[in-house]
Design a protein around this ligand. Sequence first.
Ligand code: NDP
Length: 256
Amino acid sequence: MGTPLFDLTGKVAIVTGGNGGIGLGMARGLADAGAAIAVVGRNEQKSVAAVAELKQRGGTAVAIATDVTDSKAVADMVARVKAELGRIDILVNNAGINIRKPPHELDIGEWDSVIATNLTSAFLCSQAVHPAMKEAGGGKIINIGSMMSIFGASFTPAYAASKGGIVQFTRSCACAWAADNIQINAILPGWIDTDLTRRGRSEITGLHERVLARTPAARWGDIDDLSGIAVFLASPASDFITGTAIPVDGGYSIMG
Ligand code: NDP
């Protein structure tokens, strides 16, 4: 028998923003496939609850309080994961925020904070795990883009810039680190029901109905809709796939 394609037993995964929403959905999938999970986020209460949930499912998990916009904190987090879980095989760059304002109303502080959280954090975390992955003989990095990696919207100038940037950053890392047997891919989630989009629905009139009308699957996504793609992109099943951006959107991006 060959190596099981989707088995992550013995692997260690860092999931930024793994304490809720899409990050937790992906952490569940990775844990169920056998990976030990480092749940990284600022809100310790949420992280402790997520770790308890992952353990309840039979997984191994630790919570590491980190602000991923802080390069020193990221370096400390990566050192702790190596010390506590022994290795690093998988990094999911999922932490993200949105500030919904048109370009003429967004101030520079708001712009900087969205770019730092959604884009610069992926650079900091990827660079910080690279030596450990190289040492392990390979690795998998999964970056979270958005429909705003493809489309624009009047209320998301910084968010769309960060999510477009994530796709190009993914391609560059894929070229740079192929020789180290590290595959880097992006996931572009459609409209998923989380705290982030619940706030969006309350701020943008008609958003809920517009999403339903445009999504062929005729529903919002659930966080568990992201579990399978996370396992696929973290496992040997995707070893010849790198630098791509895969929509997980119920068909939103192909609807004419
Ligand atoms: P949530 O608000 O539920 O989750 C965001 C996560 O990011 C939280 O776990 C939060 O943890 C973490 N986070 C935010 N800032 C930081 C920081 N500075 N340091 C560490 N962690 C941070 O939103 P979603 O689950 O919806 O979003 C997750 C990702 O998916 C984001 O990148 C988002 O842009 C993307 N996405 C979401 C879509 C959707 O429809 N929901 C669609 C497309 C993309 P804490 O507060 O503890 O720090």
